[in-house]
Design a binder for this molecule. Structure first.
Ligand SMILES: Cc1cc2nc3c(=O)[nH]c(=O)nc-3n(C[C@H](O)[C@H](O)[C@H](O)COP(=O)(O)OP(=O)(O)OC[C@H]3O[C@@H](n4cnc5c(N)ncnc54)[C@H](O)[C@@H]3O)c2cc1C
Length: 510
C-alpha cells in the first residue's frame, strides 16, 4: 500500500507542472495513459497492474473474485478523493470507494475489470464530542468500537467483524445485536461528508442535501464516496451474553425450534424488550446429526436473572439445551466476544492484516406480516440436516432478529432512509466457504438450495434481501427488486441527478 500523498499536491491537482513530483518508479512501471497521467498530476502514485504492490492491494476479501482495477489510489483527505473521482470522470473510468473491502462481491474493486479503486485507508480520523462521533470513512468497526470505548465509554450498534469498514457497512444498513434498540448503523448517522461524481465535496444530513443523505444511508455505494460520518453514540452498556445449544436436535426438532423462536420474537401479547439482540445459528458441528442448532444473543442493560426469566417460556418449547452459556460482560468485552477474539489490541486493525475467504453468501428477510410456516421450516431443516450434514462446503446460517416489540429498526418508518426492509422480522444469512474440492457453481448451488427450501415452501411469492449480504449472482434489475423494491424509482432519479454519467458505478448500480 502506498504512502499518502500531501494536501499540497491535492490542492495543486490541476497543475501539470507538478508532473516532476511524480515518483520515477511508477512512471517506469506503467504504460502511459492520460488517465494515469491525470492521477499522477493530482499527486497520486497509482498502483497499477505489473507493480509489485498490485497483487496485495487488489486482493479482495472474497477470493472467489479476481477483478483487475485499472488503478488503486490512497488519498488522505476529501480533496484527494475529489481529485481521484475527477480523473475517473474525465477519462471514463468507473470509480469505486473501498473502506474495509469486505463486499461479498468485491464491488470496491469494481465488480468487473478496469475500474479505479479509491481506497480510504488514510481517512481514519476519529473524534467524539458529547454524544456524537465523527468517523473517517477509512475506519473499520473494531477501530471505531475501541475509540468510542476509550473516549468516554460510548458505543453504537454495528456488526461484529472488527475488519468490516464503516463505509460499506453504514452506507448500506449495518446490523448489530443492539440494533433493535439503537437502529441500524445507517440510522445512527446524523450527517456525512460525501464526494459526488462531479468532484464536489458536500455535507448531507436531514436538513442539508437531504435527498442525497436519504440515498447515501442505505444505498451508499451508488451516490458518491462518503469521506466522513457524524453519528449519534450511546452509553456503552453492560450486557449478558447467552447461548442455548441443542446438539441433539434433528430436523423435526429444529423446525419446531425455529417456529417457537419466531413466535417468541413477535408475540404481540408479550412484546420483546428492544434491549435484547437475538439470533439462531445453525452450522455443521459436533453432534450426532453433524449439525448444531443454537439460540444466542446479547441482552443489554440487564442481569442474568432477567435473562433466565425471559427465556424460560422459550426454553419450555425448545427443550433441555445440551449446553448453556450465560455471562455478564462489560461493553467492550461483548464487542470482543461477538468478534470471537480477545484483547483490546485485536480491535485495532492497524496491528494485524485482514484475513480472506473464498465464499458465496445470500440472504432472505422474513417479514413481520408473514412469518415462515412449517412447510418452509421443515424443508430447510431437512436440507441442513440432510445434504448440509455431509457437504464439503463449510457453511453457516444466521437468523438475526430485526423486529418484534418496539424495535427501532421497524419504528423509524418505511421510508426513513434508502434501506428498504423496515417490515423485517428477521434476516437469514446463508454463507458458505467453498473449498478447492468443490466447484464454484456447485458451492453456489448448494447455498442457494437452502434459500430455495425456505422460499419455495412458503405461500408468499416475494422476499426482500439485505444489500450488505450482496448476492454476487444478481443482475442489476433483480438486485434492485430484492434490495430496494419500493425505493428503486426514487434512487434511480437521484442517481440521474447526482451521477448522470454513472462515474461511481458497480454492476448492480442504478
Ligand atoms: C466477516 C464479515 C462479517 C460481517 N458481519 C456483518 C454484521 O454483523 N452485520 C452486517 O450488517 N453486515 C455484516 N457484514 C457485511 C458488511 O456489512 C458488508 O460486507 C459491508 O458492505 C462491508 O463494508 P466494507 O466497507 O468493509 O466493504 P467495501 O468492500 O469497502 O465496500 C462495500 C461497498 O460499499 C462501497 N463503499 C465502501 N466505502 C464507501 C464509502 N466511503 N462511500 C461510498 N461507498 C462506499 C464499496 O464501493 C462497495 O460497493 C459482514 C461481512 C463480513 C465479510
Amino acid at each position: 500500500m502506498r504512502a499518502p500523498f500531501t494536501s499540497f499536491v491535492v490542492l495543486s491537482a490541476v497543475s501539470s507542472s507538478l508532473a516532476a513530483w511524480v515518483p520515477l518508479s511508477s512512471l517506469q512501471n506503467r504504460v502511459d495513459s492520460p488517465f494515469l497521467d491525470c492521477l499522477e498530476t493530482a499527486g497520486f502514485d497509482p498502483v497499477v497492474q505489473g507493480e509489485s504492490e498490485y497483487a496485495t492491494d487488489a486482493a479482495p476479501f472474497n477470493l472467489r473474485f479476481d477483478w483487475k482495477p485499472a488503478a488503486l489510489v490512497y488519498p488522505n483527505d476529501s480533496a484527494g478523493v475529489a481529485a481521484a473521482v475527477k480523473c475517473g470522470a474525465a477519462h471514463s473510468i468507473k470509480v469505486n470507494a473501498r473502506s474495509g473491502g469486505h463486499s461479498y462481491a468485491a464491488f470496491a474493486l469494481g465488480g468487473e475489470d478496469g475500474h479505479l479503486t479509491v481506497d480510504l485507508n488514510n481517512l481514519r480520523h476519529l473524534s467524539v464530542s458529547g454524544d456524537t462521533a465523527t468517523i473517517g470513512a477509512g475506519n473499520r468497526l473494531g477501530d471505531v468500537a475501541l475509540y468510542l470505548w476509550e473516549n468516554g465509554q460510548r458505543a453504537m450498534a454495528h456488526g461484529t467483524c472488527p475488519y468490516v469498514g464503516i463505509g460499506g457497512h453504514a452506507g448500506q444498513g449495518g446490523f448489530g445485536l443492539p440494533s433493535r434498540a439503537w437502529g441500524l448503523l445507517a440510522d445512527q448517522v446524523q450527517s456525512l461528508e460525501i464526494v459526488t461524481a462531479d468532484g464536489s465535496i458536500l455535507t448531507a444530513s436531514q436538513s442539508e442535501n437531504s435527498d442525497l443523505f436519504w440515498a447515501a444511508t442505505g444505498a451508499g455505494s451508488s451516490f458518491g464516496i462518503i469521506t466522513s460520518f457524524t453519528t449519534v453514540t450511546h452509553e456503552a452498556l453492560d450486557s449478558v451474553a447467552f447461548s442455548y445449544t441443542f446438539a441433539n436436535y434433528g430436523p423435526a426438532e429444529a423446525s419446531k425450534g425455529l417456529q417457537a423462536w419466531q413466535n417468541f420474537a413477535n408475540d404481540p401479547s408479550k412484546p420483546l424488550d428492544v434491549s435484547l439482540g437475538l439470533q439462531i445459528h445453525i452450522a455443521p458441528g459436533d453432534s450426532p446429526s453433524g449439525v448444531v442448532f443454537s439460540v444466542s444473543g446479547q441482552y443489554y442493560g440487564v442481569d442474568e436473572a432477567k435473562v433466565n426469566a425471559t427465556f424460560a417460556p422459550l426454553l419450555a418449547e425448545l427443550g433441555q439445551p445440551s449446553a448453556t452459556f450465560i455471562q455478564t460482560q462489560d461493553w467492550i468485552t461483548s464487542v470482543l466476544f461477538l468478534a470471537g477474539t480477545t484483547g483490546l489490541d485485536s480491535l485495532n486493525t492497524t496491528l494485524a492484516p485482514d484475513t480472506h475467504d473464498d465464499f458465496y453468501a445470500t440472504s432472505t428477510f422474513v417479514s413481520l406480516d408473514e412469518p415462515l410456516g412449517s412447510p418452509s421450516t421443515d424443508a430447510v431443516m431437512e436440507y441442513f440436516y440432510g445434504p448440509g450434514a455431509t457437504s464439503e462446503v463449510a457453511w453457516f446460517v444466521i437468523f438475526d432478529l430485526y423486529g418484534g416489540g418496539e424495535s427501532v429498526i421497524n419504528k423509524v418508518g418505511a421510508d426513513y432512509n434508502a434501506f428498504n426492509a423496515r417490515d423485517a422480522l428477521y434476516s437469514i444469512q446463508y454463507y458458505g466457504t467453498i473449498p478447492n474440492s468443490v466447484s464454484d457453481a456447485d458451492g453456489i448451488s448448494f447455498i442457494q438450495g437452502m434459500k430455495a427450501a425456505i422460499e419455495d415452501n412458503q405461500p408468499q411469492t416475494f422476499f426482500k434481501e439485505y444489500v450488505n449480504y450482496i448476492d454476487s449472482t444478481y443482475t442489476a434489475d433483480f438486485a434492485h427488486q430484492k434490495y430496494y423494491p419500493t425505493h428503486t424509482a426514487r434512487l434511480t432519479d437521484l442517481k440521474n441527478k447526482y451521477d448522470p454519467n454513472r462515474v461511481i458505478h458497480h454492476p448492480q448500480d442504478f
